[in-house]
Design a protein around this ligand. Sequence first.
Ligand code: ZN
Length: 265
Amino acid sequence: MNPDVDAIGVYQADPSLKGKLRRRLVRLAHRRPAVRRPERPMVTFAFDDTPASAVRRGAPILEARGVRGAYYFCAGLAGQHGHMGQYSTREDMVRVAEAGHEVGCHTYSHLDCGQATGELVADELELNAAILSDWGVAERLETFAFPYGDVGFPAKAEAAQRFTLSRALHHGLIEPGADLNQAPAIGIEGEHGEETARHWLAKAAERRGWLVLFTHGVEDNVTGFGASTDALSRLVDEALEKGFEVVTAAEGARRVSGDAMKAAA
Ligand SMILES: [Zn+2]
């Protein structure tokens, strides 16, 4: 799947030379490398945006296997309808938090962080955290997913100050040297999503790395922005059979980080 595609719409990253250069250079800025390899390979199942199906159908699949996932909410989308069906309501968000899943940040409004100013990004991060906290959803949002996977310098700097892991959408494993402020992930959506995820699970097992697998919705059948319930079930089972530890993103970041993060307000 095209790593620049995210669920709110088919996203066209700035195609200009300036845009291309920025995307290349931002990978080198504000880096915070992972320094440790976990004792066992790790995998995180992440849900972006987050359609209600990810909570209502996805969470029980993880819970039945005794593991938890990471849900990246935009409070501004709560209860609205999009092309993936209804987004999670406030009740869905409270439910995942109470069940012990991680609640992560995905900006308030699904902001394109590629070209946004630092001030706007900061406002969006603070607003999202304040609303989720007000709803009783989370004590602190520890990790972040960049909407559309697009990353600008000001956004990366703002996220780096607040989160122990900020995830983009380029492919890769999190291993020593990987940037925790712009971490890779593998989509498990679409026709080839499950097959791609299996390939990366094998690689992560072999290298004792940390793999983040993400989807948006969880549906009966696979869609462009959703994993099927069967595919998600099979992937969790396969990870457990292969000896992976299934961790939240916050837990994974703790295991591979070298230094304590600055305490966020
Ligand atoms: Zn998104």
